[in-house]
Write a protein that binds this ligand. Structure first.
Ligand SMILES: [Zn+2]
Length: 375
């Protein structure tokens, strides 16, 4: 065991302060679903760089908190050597980061919790203790160790709980699009939610997004037979920016929801009943009903507030839910109904507009619709 762990020197007063700063950065990572690790680079009491773990969001295996903080500090000082600097990180560095810290000649590395599986500052190996490699960097572990470990433990506990809640065996007469087909769709920062316990679902898993303050007015957004909630993402973002709450399910047979193999599963009554049960489950009576015209054609009797006309901007999200024709039974069922019902759509809603296809058009349309609908 390396000496750093056996007799850590009493932490300098600033160590707790900067580790708390790194902890706040770790919380930011957790909030967007990244493993919560935060790091700061400090010299002479001055913050030079900071970063939190972001490999998923940045599609970058090197986007560890330490690397982000080092990059920022080196850019800010105009020097790839960071001599005299201290790097604080909430978790023991890995081999990559330890290597980078040596390359940068950081004077001192202070970490919080130990990482027994990948730690390279004493746990699995000790890069800093190799005399052939390191003449510069002192290492100290265990600063605010309990708080640093707690952030990680909470994150993994919450993730396990979420996984248990979303795990739902797939019915034999249905298909489920693999999650990886949606993994790289851009502009979709929201938490995926699933439910299979509504009575009419009979074990099928429904996907939905529910974002915004619980006390804000609710806008229920419904996609048509071509798409999924993904096509309404610009509208979702603009409504959330305007302080509203959005509820966006993928109909059964579409998007990330389960897909019955037979078109005959689909009836309008069943879809409407599932929607009612979801609203009841969430204790929501939506203030505003918004749908693409294809969905309005299917449920003409609803009190529609806003009809979205034209094709939604699906991009790569158009093909993602449908790996093969078997997944398209819902699309086929809906298209039959729609052909009959589209003529009646125009009169159904109070407000009409094209589907927003980017952020700017979404904001303009939300302003106009909120004004017209008195929201
Ligand atoms: Zn690392």
């Amino acid at each position: 065991m390396p000496q750093a762990f056996i007799s850590p020197p009493a932490p300098a007063p600033d160590d707790d302060h900067w580790m708390d700063h790194a902890l706040r950065l770790a919380q930011q990572a957790a909030a967007v679903g990244e493993v919560p690790v935060g790091a700061v680079v400090v010299r002479d009491g001055q913050l030079l760089g900071e970063g939190c773990n972001a490999p998923i969001g940045q599609h970058d295996p090197t986007a560890h908190a330490e690397m982000q903080a080092l990059r920022q500090a080196a850019r800010r000082t105009g020097n790839y050597r960071l001599e005299g600097c201290t790097l604080y990180v909430t978790l023991e560095p890995c081999t990559m980061c330890s290597g980078a810290l040596l390359q940068a000649r950081v004077g001192r590395v202070v970490f919080g919790a130990r990482e027994p599986k990948t730690g390279a500052a004493g746990s699995v190996l000790d890069v800093f203790a190799l005399p052939q490699l390191n003449h510069h960097t002192q290492v100290q572990g265990g600063v605010r160790a309990h708080a640093c470990a707690a952030v990680l433990a909470e994150f993994f506990q919450a993730r396990r709980l979420a996984q248990r809640q979303t795990a739902q065996p797939l019915r034999q007469d249905a298909l489920r699009t693999p999650a990886r087909r949606f993994a790289h769709l851009p502009d979709w920062p929201w938490q995926e939610r699933y439910i299979a316990t509504l009575p009419t679902l009979e074990g099928l898993r429904l996907h939905y997004v529910d974002e915004g303050s619980a006390s804000a007015p609710v806008w229920l957004l419904l996609h048509d037979a071509q798409g999924s909630g993904y096509g309404l993402r610009y509208l979702m973002a603009a409504l959330l920016d305007a302080g509203q709450r959005v509820l966006v399910p993928d109909w059964i047979g579409f998007g990330r929801s389960d897909k019955p193999k037979k078109s005959s599963w689909h009836t309008r009554e069943k879809h409407l009943q599932i929607l009612r049960e979801l609203l009841e489950f969430l204790h929501i009576s939506p203030a505003r009903w918004v749908a693409q015209d294809g969905a309005i054609a299917m449920l003409p009797a609803q009190p529609w507030d806003w009809c979205l006309q034209g094709a939604a901007p699906l991009g790569a999200g158009a093909q993602a839910p449908f790996p093969d024709a078997g997944h398209r039974a819902g699309v086929r069922a809906w298209q039959q109904w729609q052909a009959q019902a589209m003529q009646a759509v125009q009169e159904q809603a109070r407000w009409h507009s094209p589907v927003p296809v980017d952020a700017a058009s979404a904001q303009a349309q939300v302003r106009a619709a909120m004004e017209y609908l008195g929201a």
